[in-house]
Design a protein around this ligand. Structure first.
Ligand SMILES: [Zn+2]
Ligand SMILES: [Zn+2]
Length: 423
């Protein structure tokens, strides 16, 4: 590190000398991006050049002293390699004669549009050697996403549609357009004696996990949402945003506050039957792409029981990346989601009485695929908002062919999943 810094210092001094040599006022310094250098003087003109030069990123972070800036475009493309599946293994699982489901799992790639998958397979990085495991699934189709009051849905209304089978207004979570609570699939699963799990790499109080668990007239009433989550007490609840729960009574939960702590409860089922709440904190766009898969494994392990469970797993990065027009983050988030899918498929190999439904709540970013040479650039985004193009559906398990080759509405997905939970 010292070596890098001293080389960097030398480069900076040379740069400043060159730059200031022909410009005594050093005006050029002011024109450049204000950033993170420790104050130091231009040897030629005496001006400080702490604002003269940009960040120097390495491994996603600026290496200059006292700078915490992160490279917005950085992706590690790292996985621990533990979440592995071969094409043969995946195909074997996908051809299992699945039984009537005891367990129902709904996976949502937030903001993940059809082109996101094409883009990710073209880019290859982070994918399994055969591509995306998602694309091996045979029962697949499309879903429409509009909300009750808008052509372009937000995550609250589409989350509500996917969790309850009913359309509502944007911004509403688990409430009808008239402002009345609508029963969601988690509540129905609990009535059926099943355990309930919610896993997200977004904040727990994000619109999607909220729509699957609680009821509120606004997705932005974070402290009310947090209180409602604690009241409903899912058997497993994993996500970000501990600060919103700081004043909430979590005494009935086994609580973890880091990924390491969450992973350490993997084998705790027999020791502690309490509901589990796991908080972590990470930048999901550049995080190792097997993080969500590990969290999923923890949830599956804790939820497994004789009466079955309902589990919702959300990967939020495909939405965040679209809003930030962060193309590498988009691709990394699809990979992250796909690895969690692989983890669920492996669970289904041992537990063929499981139904898996995979979809998105809407597309974010309007990702376009131009002709010609493939380049991963932010110009592939046509918007930084949501769009109303149809999203993909995938299903594995008993009755999965329902989704094959047709376009359903997002409310139909919920109705199908709720029927499965009730049986
Ligand atoms: Zn969304
Ligand atoms: Zn969004």
């Amino acid at each position: 590190m010292k070596k890098i810094l001293s080389i960097l210092c030398a480069v900076l001094i040379i740069l400043s000398l060159c730059a200031c040599g022909g410009n005594a006022s050093c005006e050029h310094l002011e024109k450049q991006a204000a950033t993170c250098l420790e104050p130091s003087k231009c040897k030629a003109c005496g001006a400080t050049f702490d604002e003269a030069l940009g960040h120097s990123f390495s491994q996603g972070k600026c290496i200059r002293a006292n700078c915490n800036e992160k490279d917005p475009d950085w992706i590690n493309w790292y996985t621990s390699g533990e979440v592995a599946i071969t094409k043969a293994e995946a195909e074997e699982i996908l051809s299992i004669d699945f039984k009537k489901p005891k367990n129902v799992i709904v996976m949502i790639g937030d903001g993940m549009g059809p082109n996101d998958l094409v883009l990710t397979e073209k880019n290859k990085k982070g994918c399994f050697d055969f591509g995306l495991v998602l694309n091996l699934i045979k029962s697949t189709g499309f879903a429409t996403t509009r909300s009750f009051n808008a052509d372009v849905t937000d995550s609250a209304a589409s989350g509500t549609a996917l969790a309850t089978g009913q359309k509502t207004n944007n911004n509403y979570v688990g409430m009808s357009p008239e402002g009345k609570p609508i029963k969601n699939i988690s509540e129905i699963a609990r009535e059926m004696g099943k355990k309930v799990g919610i896993v997200t790499n977004d904040d727990i109080t994000g619109a999607t996990p909220s729509a699957f668990t609680v009821h509120n007239i606004s997705r932005k009433n974070y402290s009310e949402l947090a209180t409602s989550f604690a009241k409903f007490k899912p058997d497993v609840l994993i996500g970000q945003g501990y600060s919103q729960f700081a004043d909430v009574d979590l005494s009935g939960f086994l609580v973890s506050k880091s990924i390491a702590e969450i992973n350490s409860v993997l084998n705790l089922d027999t020791l502690c039957k309490k509901p589990f709440i796991g908080f972590f904190s990470e930048d999901i766009l550049s995080a190792p792409s097997d993080t969500l898969a590990h969290l999923t494994e923890v949830a599956l392990n804790r939820l497994k029981n004789d009466k079955g469970f309902f589990l919702m797993i959300e990967s939020a990065g495909t939405d965040k990346a679209g809003h930030n027009t962060h193309i590498k983050g988009k691709v990394n988030s699809v990979v992250t989601f796909d690895r969690a899918v692989a983890t669920v498929l492996k669970f289904m190999k041992e537990n063929p009485d499981t139904l898996l439904i995979i979809t998105s709540d809407h597309e974010t970013g309007g990702v376009a695929l131009p002709r010609g040479e493939f380049k991963l650039t932010s110009s592939l985004f046509t918007t930084d908002g949501h769009t109303n193009i149809d999203v993909r559906t995938f299903a594995v398990g008993y009755g999965a062919e329902y989704f094959s080759g047709k376009t359903v509405d997002n409310t139909d997905i919920a109705k199908f999943a709720i029927d499965a939970v009730k049986n």
